[in-house]
Design a binder for this molecule. Sequence first.
Ligand code: PEP
Ligand code: MG
Length: 885
Amino acid sequence: MRAAEPPCRLILLAPLSGWSTPLDEVPDPVFAARMLGGGLAVDPTGSTLHAPCDGEIIALAASSHAVTLRSDAGAEILMHIGIDTVGLAGQGFDAHVSMGQKVVAGQRLITFDLDLIARRAKSLVTPILVMEGCGFTLVRSFENCEIAVGDVLMEIASSGEAAKGSNRETPDSGNQGSQIHKGEVRRLRVALEHGIHARPAARIVGALKTLAGEVSLVSQDGIANARSTVALMKLGVRKGDEVEVRAAGRDAHVAVSVVAAFLAGTHEDGGGSGEVRRASAAPNAGQPPVQISVESAAPPALVQATKTRAAVSARAGAALQGVIASRGVAVGQAVRLAAREIEVTRLGAGAAHETLRLDRARAEVRSRLAAARTSAAGAAREIVEAHLELLDDPELTDGALALVADGASAAYAWRQAIRAGVEGLRTLGDPRMAERVDDLLDLERQVLLALNGDTGASVAKLPPEAILLAEELLPSQLVALDAGRLAGICLAGGGPTSHVAILAGAMGIPALVALGPALRDISDGMPLLLDADAGMLHVDPGADCLAAARRQLELRAARLTAEREAAREDCHTADGRRIEVFANIGSLAEAQAAARNGAEGCGLLRTEFLFLERETAPSEAEQHAEYQRLAEALAGKPLTIRTLDIGGDKPIAYLPMPAEENPALGLRGVRTSLWRPDLLRQQLRAILGVQPYGQCRVLLPMITDVAEIRSVRAMIEEARGQIGRREQIEVGVMIETPASALMAESIAGEADFFSIGTNDLTQYTLAMDRGHPELAARLDALHPAVLRLIARTAESAQARKRRIAVCGGLASEPVAAPILIGLGVHELSAVPSVIPPLKALIRGLTMKDCIRIARQALQQDSAEAVRKLAVGLADRQSAPVSLGG
Ligand code: PEP
Ligand code: MG
């Protein structure tokens, strides 16, 4: 694989504060026609011109109204203060530099008398140009926005580099031989747990839709058009593989960042809310957060039976071992789903006719899927979206249309195109990729049914408590079943990461896959006990066993219902300390889930998730409407709205960011907001307008010092004035950098409350990337170093009588609750589903126990030791219900 060439690119910072405008609006044809070079102009509100980058002064007008600087790489930047200002003969201008002088970015160059120039010159508008012929040209600029000195204003590149970037070629829809110019290249290791499978591939394709130019992904096995889901999947890229993302064209830089963010796992399954997912070495590896009150760690076998997997005949008393696809237990009767192959004829009735039929069938499936997408949420929605992408995949459609042109029928052509894709995936020999075959076959089936006039409206009838047995099951077949009667799923084939497995998990239906051929011997109606917690299917295990399992299930359900019921009440420890349990949300559906699960408010609304998949920034009115809807869904309970936390690991297409060596240490959170104050002002007005006043609080991400809070507070005051709101709003600060934890005492002087973001606090304290697959197991927020920072923050909060919350992933781990409470935390903001067991746990704790374990935790020398302590207390605290009991 070729190494990335270092791009010769340069960021120019705003040399003036004011409003940035396109050159076309400069009232001077020499500048407007770009005769001197490209760039933009600033209508100044400040009166000092600063250096936009490091360099040397190579020209300074005798009248000091214009200056040219050459950067170390040779870019020549001309700054011309006002139009026709040469006529002022130096009046009102003061130069602070001289010819040949070296300057650094931000250094003061010229001060000028704004009033005098405004009165005497044609215009104050100041062109900032990249000089024609210097070998650099403009890549992007930030026009039509308010800027302050030091904001990123433009990105320029050496002409060769920029020319490569703007060079367009006809995209090659296939994998091999696609020729891409290296406008922008990034190498990285793929962190996606299951490699590039259908959903990440589809999401990459979706995210690139709004961006121009060619994008390809290169692995050691080939090159794929990153706009084709099938081509991406066929690369067979796995977790840990090194790949190269290449892009050319206008949006090359953003395209590379977006693809890289997906591959880094930032947007992976279920990570939509950004909670930290703990990895293999942690005690709760791969599991949902520890469910102290309900689950037993390893349910003992339910019945004594033969547990061999191969060659087991499914007679009464047998037990088949499978692979867990969706956990849970079900008691019911066997219902077999027979496979039905759809017949197709090879010859068509003319290319035009068959093309039309295929287009219509695809359009019908597209509109069905689009309708399903509006009602689906989470993983189910992502699967529908992946199918939507596949439906228009250039590799599939071009392949099918070529066959139709050769005389094939629409159905035959579609099947052949799909089967070619299937073959490509199967030859990879990767079981996870082979599972993606199901998605293609599902799409084949959906289009063939549409070609046969099937409306897809019928829902298969099931008897009550049906445990479905099948060789394979496709996602569209699963969603066509009556979910109210479907108790469980058992497949002879399939894999645990298939879409049907994910769907089953999302629907809460226990499922086992890869049960083998013995499944065929189970006859319809046979009583079954599906123990998908232990990976076993018990065939007709006897009345006593079934009755015992039913009793345990009832007990478990009753306990869950009781916890949900009790979760409606406020939460206190056993000795009366009030602990608020809030929810983290990122959508209306999550706000509703929070309310259902007994959240006492929202401790963190990640506003970036509301507007992630857009081509343009949401308007103020759209934002306001969305926040208002969420406030209403919470029925008056507090709503903590975090201002946009973008940049770093959360790039968004409508806000191109400058290239950064270390995005996690670059423009992130409040820094991005202060860099684009126009966006922040809009957002603040949208939040301040939410009724009733007092329900919403503002939360600021990635704070490192008090100056940032003061800047935002000043903007809040301004926004309050603009919308005519008299009431104050509470302003909280996220403690997610070691700096803010160590400065908590002075920050408390500016903030009304603290909310600790343990995800980032852990990343920055341990200097371990939160998305790094190799380090995931060690990235533990229970590390004593992180706990000491939390303790210090809590002390400062106490001294200044400020409320302190935890909204990072640690708050969603019930096992950590006693330590956090013992350290002085008043509020835990967790994922909605954790709230009922979390409240139940807290009600069993005493402050004495919490303080004792917190003190012990601070004295430990590793995260493992702290976890051991915490799990020990949790085990003593809960009496799990065991299905085998
Ligand atoms: C955190 O860092 O803990 C946090 C809650 O913010 P996010 O995960 O959205 O970065
Ligand atoms: Mg954070």
